[in-house]
Design a protein around this ligand. Structure first.
Ligand code: ADP
Length: 198
């Protein structure tokens, strides 16, 4: 088994790259999705977050994720309280994926905040997707985000240099998707041989 991290700034193309890897045969997990799943209504994470943050965090019986995000964005203590609940659950959810996967699988974890977050995951290979801020902004505007939202998120994230420093492979996604696909195919070949020779 090869356990791979896939990171990149918002709008760089992580999800697009993840989809291509999935088509090639990888098991692809999105850590943002795991982070949402662990707060689903009635789950352990849901109960613990409501116990700590109170009923005010609920909207129609569900945790209001936007409200929760805006609270912890401004308050590092609350943020760490939330992470004390969610991080072990997210880690467990990923461990469950690994336990269910074949011993020969290549498992790719999309982690936007790989550089920023304190984690103790061990990866056999780290892939970083890069694109200039201009190009990322154009893509995100098309996706419906406002200029302010984009700037705020980019400022809260690490720099491309930091993501590049931890990478074993770098994908530059500034051209058309076909060119992206050919870069992903080349890295897939490398992952296959790394998996065999492990
Ligand atoms: P991320 O997951 O890193 O935030 P996405 O993969 O969601 O980025 O890509 C952001 C947006 O840009 C999406 O709408 C996606 O379809 C588009 N996109 C990604 N790569 C390309 C590309 N090479 N050419 C054109 N559009 C792209």
């Amino acid at each position: 088994m090869l356990v791979v991290a896939l990171t990149g700034g918002i709008g760089s193309g992580k999800s697009t790259v993840g989809k291509i890897f999935a088509q090639l045969g990888a098991i692809v997990v999105d850590s943002d999705q795991l982070a949402r799943d662990v707060l689903d209504r009635g789950s352990t994470g849901f109960n613990e977050v409501v116990a700590r943050f109170g009923d005010a965090i609920l909207k129609n019986g569900e945790i209001d994720r936007q409200l929760l995000a805006s609270i912890v964005f401004k308050d590092p203590i609350k943020r760490s309280e939330l992470e004390q609940v969610t991080h072990p659950l997210i880690r467990k959810a990923f461990a469950d994926v690994l336990a269910r996967s074949s011993p020969n699988a290549i498992v790719i974890n999309q982690i936007p905040l790989l550089v920023e977050s304190n984690h103790d995951y061990r990866f056999d290979h780290v892939i970083t997707v890069l694109a200039s801020e201009d190009i990322r902004t154009q893509r995100l505007l098309k996706r419906g985000l406002t200029g302010d939202q984009i700037r705020q998120r980019m400022q809260a994230q690490a720099t491309d240099q930091m993501r590049e420093d931890i990478a074993d492979s770098v994908i530059t996604n500034e051209k058309e998707e076909q060119e992206l696909s050919s870069q992903v195919n080349k890295i897939w070949e490398q992952l296959l041989s790394k998996n065999v020779s492990k």
